[in-house]
Design a protein around this ligand. Structure first.
Ligand code: SAM
Length: 276
């Protein structure tokens, strides 16, 4: 560990209710030399509320590279820095990753100051399985990447958590409906705020209401049933092939799909057909 360098504290801040800040977070914000904030104006409001006055440096997605260099220099000069985002835990769909990776490379100490995180609180109140879960964050907007991610969700057997903005909710619910059909879905919104609400309805009802759903949203989906994938292991490769042939897929597409269904390499399937 670089003994002369300062420490980077990753400080979680509230996701709505200003009382959701820990004593340790307040102490850290008071004691550090510098606070690195996603939006300095936003963080200033929190600091004013806590009666803390500290130098602020902006660190957001569009300046992550250059600001990482500055933060590393300050840390190397022995300064202690608190990294905060606009809400919740830095690094979770928020900036933080870059500077944390650089600190590890430069042997600089990193300390988490735990606190609010929307996905965890949505998950625990969802009533869905919490033993294992997959966090997706926001679905990609790029068409191809979005399709790939939706296909991943289709096969995901763990409870799956997504973030979404209200104006994109209807489209996202429709995309999800196409792939998850009747699986359970919970919409958690405005967690810790006045209009906090958990909608445990079926996806069609949510789609109908989507235009009127406002505020910050987390979607929690029940995982795919494990045995949904099993039927393929019970049929022969020929039957499997015929199934997709009748659906109009070409040979290349069929082989790719069979490999995916059976979770094997597509060359293996191709080889099997050559042998027969
Ligand atoms: N770093 C944050 C965290 O720890 O959860 C997430 C930041 S991400 C840019 C913002 C998204 O988180 C929102 O669009 C929403 O999906 C979710 N979110 C944040 N606060 C929320 C809240 N109070 N209620 C529901 N969802 C929230």
């Amino acid at each position: 560990m670089n003994q002369k360098a300062g420490t980077l504290y990753i400080v979680a801040t509230p996701i709505g209710n200003l009382e959701d800040i820990t004593l340790r977070a307040i102490k850290t914000l008071k004691e550090v030399d510098l606070i690195s904030a996603e939006d300095t104006r936003h963080t200033l409001k929190l600091l004013n509320h806590l009666e803390i006055s500290k130098p602020l440096i902006s660190y957001h997605r569009h300046n992550e590279d250059t600001k990482t260099d500055i933060l590393i220099k300050e840390l190397e000069q022995g300064k202690n820095i608190a990294l905060v985002s606009d809400a919740g835990t830095p690094g979770i769909c928020d900036p933080g990753e870059e500077v944390i990776k650089r600190c590890i490379e430069e042997d600089i100490k990193i300390v988490p100051i735990p606190g609010a995180c929307a996905m965890i609180n949505a998950l625990i109140c969802s009533g869905l399985d919490t033993k294992e879960f997959a966090f997706i964050g926001f679905l990609p907007l790029n068409k191809k990447n979005r399709k790939e991610k939706l296909e991943e969700i289709q096969n995901e057997t763990k409870t799956t958590i997504l973030y979404e903005a209200p104006h994109k909710l209807e489209t996202t619910l429709k995309d999800l409906k196409e792939i998850i059909g009747d699986r359970k879905i919970v919409l958690a919104r405005e967690i810790t705020k006045i209009h906090e609400e958990y909608l445990r309805e079926n996806i069609d009802e949510l789609i109908e209401k989507a235009k009127d759903i406002k505020g910050e949203i987390v979607l929690i989906l029940e995982g795919a049933k494990k045995n949904e994938e099993e039927p393929w292991t019970k049929v022969s490769i020929e039957e499997h092939y015929k199934y997709y042939e009748e659906k109009g897929l070409n040979k290349k597409e069929i082989i790719k799909q069979i490999a995916k269904d059976r979770n094997v390499n597509k060359n293996e399937i191709y080889q099997k057909f050559l042998e027969r």
